[in-house]
Design a binder for this molecule. Structure first.
Ligand code: GDP
Ligand code: MN
Length: 397
């Protein structure tokens, strides 16, 4: 699950990570109020208006605007709120901006130059350890740096059993070319950041840029946080931060129905119980000359209600030309699943595409009979080969 920048920064601040301060706003009035608060509380003399969407590259798409005075701030807030923001990380339609973060300007001039660094923390699954990825070349062109000058991007592996060691924090600060107060601030920054990463069970932190201000402070100017979905049960407060407006509507619906669903680009939809069988079914579809339109694991109980819900989700995809149901009746008997399919079909009246059902396991023969005698235009099969041939037949391959 991904968080918005403003949510991520609030969490980081709780862990003692220095951040660029700001307030979230949903209207222009709230934006002005936020700017006034930052002026009063933090002596902010200029602000930056930042679109809150679940995608990076906002600056490049015109979603981050410097606002040197109140007039500009109002203008930027008006333009960004409600805009359809297209960035290198969104689809061609972009994403609608529902809220903005009004933050204090931290690029003010001073004794030294400001400097943007890149820092991320993620799990290296191959090593079973956390990795801090960092670079002196932070800012809006990090992808280009990775492409053209990968040697400027460094890794520091952290063993989760011992945590980030002080020598590692110093090594990173040294490699970033920091000295004096900025060096000390950075070691504190990275230690708090690592604690936050572990504390909230994150799967990814990306702080780009980490800024060295002109007065040698180290602060997070941007923050992208992904949480490990498997840990949300023990972080109810974080789970509540979910913004479903940012997610694919079909995915949200499937999630609410407890269906494990991943949309793909093909034309044959599948409905299967168990992830392993779902993978095998996708292979069969491929071998029959089709392409899977989705991965859908209905789980243990394939009753009429769940099957109907799954049909509804599958059929939202206009590319679907056929549906293959492949269920193994182990704990759940095939005839009960067959009844569920027949009931769901009848409840829906009709299906716009051919349906092939393969049921194998306990009471498979009874199940096939039940489907064949239902009077519905359903192709039934018991073996995988039969099912594959039926798919071929309906696709005209
Ligand atoms: P992203 O484009 O989605 O990664 O959004 P960021 O939060 O990283 O902001 C993009 C860029 O906006 C940063 O790299 C900065 O150059 C600029 N920016 C962010 N905050 C400020 C600010 O307080 N003042 C000024 N002048 N520029 C800022
Ligand atoms: Mn950024």
């Amino acid at each position: 699950m991904n968080l918005h920048e403003y949510q991520s920064k609030e969490i980081l601040a709780k862990y003692g990570v220095a951040i660029q301060n700001g307030y979230v706003a949903n209207t222009v009035e709230e934006a002005v109020e936020a700017a006034n608060k930052l002026a009063a509380e933090r002596d902010a003399k200029a602000w930056v208006v930042k679109a809150q969407i679940h995608a990076g590259g906002r600056g490049k798409g015109g979603g981050v605007k410097f606002s040197p005075n109140m007039e500009k701030l109002k203008e930027n807030a008006t333009n960004i709120l409600g805009m359809q923001l297209i960035t290198p990380q969104t689809s061609a339609e972009g994403k609608k901006v529902h809220s903005i973060l009004v933050a204090e300007d931290v690029y003010y001039p001073g004794e030294t130059e400001t400097k943007e660094f890149y820092v991320s923390i993620l799990l290296d699954r191959a090593q079973g350890k956390n990795t801090i990825v960092y670079s002196t070349e932070g800012g809006m062109d990090i992808e280009q740096v990775a492409e053209e000058t990968p040697h400027l991007i460094h890794n520091e592996i952290v063993d989760p059993c011992v945590g980030l060691q002080a020598f590692q924090a110093r090594k990173i600060a040294f490699n970033l070319g920091l000295e004096g107060n900025a060096f000390k601030e950075f070691t504190k920054f990275i230690a708090s950041l690592y604690n936050a990463y572990v504390g909230i069970d994150a799967s990814l932190f990306e702080i780009n840029p980490v800024l060295k201000t002109s007065d040698n402070k180290i602060i997070a100017v941007d923050a992208k946080v992904s949480l490990d979905d498997n840990s949300l049960f023990r972080h109810k407060d974080l789970a509540a931060l979910r913004d479903t407006r940012e997610e694919d509507a079909t995915d949200v619906e499937a999630g609410e129905a407890g269906l494990n669903f991943v949309k793909l680009d093909g034309d044959v939809a599948c409905m299967v119980n168990g992830a392993g069988l779902a993978m095998a079914t996708m292979d069969i579809i491929k071998l029959s000359g089709g392409n899977p339109a989705n991965f859908l694991d209905v789980g243990g109980t394939a009753d009429a209600e769940r099957v109907q819900k799954a049909f509804g989700i599958i059929l939202q995809d206009p590319n679907v030309k056929a549906i293959l149901i492949n269920i193994f009746g182990g704990i759940v008997r095939c005839d009960r699943v067959a009844q569920g399919i027949v009931d769901a079909y009848k409840a829906m009246g009709s299906l716009p595409v051919p349906l092939i059902v393969r049921l194998q396991g306990t009471n498979a023969v009874e199940a096939k009979k039940l489907i064949d005698e239902s009077g519905l235009p359903v192709h039934s099969a018991i073996t995988l080969e039969e099912a594959a041939n039926k798919v071929k037949e309906v696709l005209g391959n």
